[in-house]
Design a protein around this ligand. Structure first.
Ligand code: NDP
Ligand code: GDR
Length: 354
């Protein structure tokens, strides 16, 4: 029976990965941060009372900025596999908190690798690093593959660049089984509400129920390669099961604009959008009326933007037997359906409490 340690267990990917590994019979240990309010909604359904017999899912307090904490946790858990998913993962927020982002996302990865080395587990503990398509940043070549040059465009991407290379370095220097998954955007009903897809599906749901008037967005022309998180955590696991550690792109190979994601989400709730204007005057009008439902607000523009991401998942398909199985249409439908229920429930709670 294998034991896995997951940092960032309370996040979108942490929740899907925990489910996957528990389903495979793993003992799963998750690292969660102390917060003044509950931050475990995504994994509450997996919680097991530690007083019960045969507990498979364990939670520990921890933080990527605290090396003594990480060393102690790795010592206590003695994991066969570590999935390093913890990060300040919001690109725009990284422009506001660049130092913290570098500390948690960049040096945090080093701290975990050093914890493995200090404890002499280099040959027994496998390591997965949550690397990102944001590394490609300013377009050098498309579609982006494992050997496409990186050009980070945010403090987040620069921190993740360090994390990528320190993972490669520990593999080469100490013979560690340490791999990077270079994952393109992946979404789900569990996606954080300030990432663009979830912001859109949530707004589509609220607008269709008459609970929100308008959706304000930034750059509608950015193109992303969007897949489903459930598919991508399967890819993470397959990367770690390889005999030899290596780096892999996980992507769908398709790209769409933010604008077309808006259209798809609105369509899913029966609203047809017609665009008028251009640039920051861009407005999304509901077809057949003058009602503006979507408006561009420059506050959501980034100081430096990543215009186009489209991944080439050939290596993952050939070596891991992995490919994305959920279409964008299926994912949008699932997210919108979930958000209709979420928004309705929130409204009922508000109504009850006046
Ligand atoms: P989320 O933002 O949903 O989750 C991030 C997790 O990291 C949360 O559990 C968060 O805790 C935790 N965390 C943040 N800072 C710290 C810290 N200092 N110490 C310990 N834990 C911390 O991200 P995703 O699940 O979407 O992504 C998982 C990883 O994959 C991230 O590293 C992200 O950068 C990377 N990635 C994501 C992609 C995507 O499209 N989703 C694509 C490529 C890479 P809390 O809940 O308390 O905030
Ligand atoms: P991204 O995801 O930056 O790709 O990083 P996000 O959903 O935040 O942005 C995608 C694109 O949409 C544009 N955009 C907006 N974005 C947000 N958040 N809010 C808006 O209102 C808005 N309007 C337009 C953005 O400018 C951008 O071009 C995600 C994160 O999960 C990272 O952790 C991960 O590494 C990468 O995906 C791959």
């Amino acid at each position: 029976m294998k034991t896995a340690l997951i940092t960032g267990v309370t996040g979108q990917d942490g929740a899907y990965l925990s489910e996957l590994l528990l389903g495979k019979g793993y003992n799963v240990h998750g690292v969660k941060r102390r917060a003044s309010s509950f931050n475990s909604a995504r994994i509450d359904h997996l919680y097991q009372d530690p007083h019960e017999q045969d507990v498979k899912f364990h939670l520990h307090y921890g933080d990527m900025t605290d090396s003594t904490n990480l060393i102690r946790l790795v010592q206590e858990v003695q994991p066969d596999e570590i999935y390093n998913l913890a990060a300040q993962s919001h690109v725009q927020v990284s422009f506001e908190t660049p130092e913290y982002t570098a500390n948690a996302d960049g040096i945090g990865t080093l701290r975990m690798l050093e914890a493995i080395r200090i404890l002499g587990l280099e040959k027994t503990c496998r390591f997965y690093q949550a690397s990102t398509s944001e590394l490609y940043g300013l377009v050098q070549a498309v579609p982006q593959r494992e050997d496409t040059p990186f050009y980070p465009r945010s403090p987040y991407a620069a921190a993740k660049l360090y994390a990528y290379w320190i993972t490669v370095n520990y593999r080469e220097a100490y013979g560690m089984h340490a791999s990077n998954g270079i994952l393109f955007n992946h979404e789900s009903p569990l996606r954080g509400e300030t990432f663009v897809t979830r912001k859109i599906t949530r707004a589509a749901a609220a607008i269709s129920l008459g609970l929100q008037e308008r959706l304000y967005l930034g750059n509608l022309d950015a193109k992303r390669d969007w897949g489903h998180a459930r598919d991508y955590v399967e890819g993470m696991w397959r990367i770690v099961q390889q005999d030899t550690a290596d780096d892999f792109v996980l992507a769908t190979g398709q790209t769409q604009t933010v604008r077309s994601f808006v259209e798809a989400a609105m369509q899913a709730v029966g609203i047809t959008i017609e665009w008028t204007g251009s640039g920051i005057d861009e407005k999304g009008l509901r077809a057949g009326s003058n009602e503006v439902l979507v408006e561009v607000d420059p506050r959501y523009f980034r100081p430096t933007e990543v215009d186009l991401l489209i991944g080439d998942p050939t290596k993952a398909r050939e070596k891991l037997g992995w490919s994305a199985t959920t279409s964008l249409e299926q994912m949008v439908a699932e997210m919108v359906e979930s958000d209709l229920a979420v928004v309705q429930k929130e409204q009922e709670r508000k109504d009850r409490h006046g």
